[in-house]
Write a protein that binds this ligand. Structure first.
Ligand code: BG6
Ligand code: MG
Length: 209
């Protein structure tokens, strides 16, 4: 293994609650039912795909422009919430494990669907930490398409077979498998039938690589 590519939300830090609050405010404004169970389905899914899942509960047809406006409204609320994040939102376990992986000579990268990746990394004090960042701003197809991880490998000049993808979402493991990567899964992702290494906690990575 030469490199490790990390998903961001749910792996390096936890933004689920901020996504939930922002989508909830938007959904309430248009009178569409939304709860934590629906929010769980949005893990790893792009912003527009997430909105489409939320609008399954609406009987109204929205135009592309209206959807763009709703997604922008959610994002404005979300970004405002992200401003509360600080280095205190990076756990000691994650930071010491990342440092130990780096000390082993591995290249470290991010592979996230989020267009807010760079802001989040800056907020938690990892703005300059990774060797490469592939995120929602450099892809056309979101997970389970492998594009975001293939781009990360390309940015690192590594072959997918020499990279480990770390994920918390089923769609992320699917993307890793399709791209020819080995994968390590946390939470729900540990239950994917094709995950290479199911994990219980982040520091398990030190036993894997
Ligand atoms: C992923 C999250 O990391 O990013 C998803 O798991 C989210 O829930 C997606 O929808 C897109 O995020 P953003 O920040 O571009 O709206
Ligand atoms: Mg995730």
């Amino acid at each position: 293994m030469n490199a490790v590519i990390f998903d961001l939300d749910g792996v390096i830090c936890f933004t689920d609650q901020y996504h939930y609050l922002a989508w909830k405010e938007m959904a309430d404004e248009i009178g569409v039912y939304f709860d934590e169970t629906i929010n769980n389905r949005l893990r790893g899914v792009s912003r527009m795909d997430s909105l489409n899942i939320i609008l399954e509960k609406s009987d109204k047809a929205y135009t592309h422009e209206q959807k763009e406006a709703l997604a922008a409204k959610k994002n404005a609320i979300y970004v405002k919430l992200l401003e509360q994040m600080s280095p205190a939102d990076l756990s000691d376990e994650v930071k010491t494990t990342l440092d130990a992986l780096r000390a082993k000579g591995l290249k470290l990268a991010i592979g996230s669907s989020s267009k807010n990746t760079k802001m989040i990394l800056k907020q938690i004090g990892l703005g300059d930490y990774f060797d490469a960042i592939s995120d929602g701003t450099n892809i056309v197809n979101s997970k389970p398409d492998p594009e975001v991880f293939l781009k990360a490998a390309e940015f690192l000049s590594e072959d997918p077979k020499d990279c480990l993808v770390v994920e918390d979402a089923l769609a992320g493991i699917e993307a890793a498998v399709r791209g020819g990567f080995k994968s390590a899964g946390l939470g729900e992702a540990a239950t994917h039938e094709k995950v290479t290494y199911p994990m219980e906690t982040f520091r398990d990575l030190l036993r894997i690589v």
